[in-house]
Write a protein that binds this ligand. Structure first.
Ligand code: 2AM
Ligand code: CA
Length: 260
């Protein structure tokens, strides 16, 4: 299929709509829950079946693309050349299992290393955020109002719980200088909050599939996504990332740099 922003955006929205419909019906059924690296690193039969579905749809529509995905049904991707899809079938699996809410499914698409199109579905609210830097940022095909460039003192922030509890890189100082801390447990849901201007910053250790779609959407919405040492974000490794308004990300980078 020809590669166009419109074509990929429509593809991503169609696939995420299917995923959302299926997960809302299926969440009423029993989940088979397993652990991965530790007792709080969960995977369910739905993470696996959703990823298999998304990967098969991508391979059918874009056979030339490579796929980076969480549960192992993608490819062993070593290069960002060409069309690369990042798939997180269920983001916030702990929320999915324990709360049945505040989880997402995400697809991020990059072309020759550049953010191209991203899609995040907030499954239980049935909302899809999608689009990209040269295309526009939409919620369910309607352009969103882009978030204001707020300062840290004027906004709520989200930092992963272990980082804030351990005062990693002086994060407690960042919290003190903000309107307050929120911890939602799903990167996708937090990226939604950033796009809607409900929060002004997110800092967490993120894997490529946790970050890919949110980075595309944030950058398309005029927000900034930086690695914690302010080197270019590497989409093929896990890293500590700061996403938020331009003002807040530059202020937080200064605070974490001056931590020792
Ligand atoms: P997941 O549910 O897809 O695993 C809060 O836990 C957020 O961080 C979620 O988006 C979760 O994604 C992600 N996450 C959890 N553990 C992680 C880890 N060890 N490395 C990277 N991301 C992680
Ligand atoms: Ca996941």
């Amino acid at each position: 299929m020809e590669i166009t922003t419109k074509g990929i955006d429509e593809f991503v929205v169609n696939v995420l709509s299917e995923v959302g419909r299926s997960l809302i019906i299926d969440t009423t059924k029993n989940k088979l829950v397993d652990t991965k690296k530790n007792r709080n690193d969960l995977v369910t039969n739905f993470d696996k079946s959703t990823e298999q579905f998304v990967v098969s749809m991508i391979k059918e529509a874009y056979p030339e693309a490579t796929i980076v995905s969480e549960e192992g049904f993608g490819d062993d991707v070593q290069s960002m050349d060409g069309l690369v899809f990042f798939v997180d079938p269920i983001d916030g699996t702990m929320n999915f299992v324990k709360r049945g809410d505040d989880f997402a499914s995400m697809i991020g698409v990059y072309l020759d290393g550049e953010p191209f199109i991203g899609g995040i579905i907030d499954v239980m609210r049935k909302k899809i955020f999608h689009g990209g830097p040269n295309y526009g940022i939409f919620c369910d095909n309607e352009k969103i109002n882009l978030p204001e460039n707020k300062a840290l003192i004027d906004g709520l922030i989200d930092i992963s719980a272990p980082m804030a509890l351990n005062n990693y890189l002086n994060t407690q100082e960042v919290v003190k200088n903000s309107s307050g801390l929120r911890v939602y447990g799903s990167a996708g849901i937090i990226f939604e909050h950033l796009l809607l201007g409900k929060e002004v910053m997110y800092m967490s250790y993120l894997a490529p599939w946790d970050l890919a779609a949110g980075r595309v959407l944030c950058e398309g919405a005029g927000l900034r996504v930086a690695s914690v040492d302010d080197t270019p974000v590497n989409m093929l490794k896990s890293q500590v990332v700061i996403a938020g308004t331009q003002n807040v990300v530059s202020e937080v980078l200064k605070t974490v740099k001056n931590c020792d």
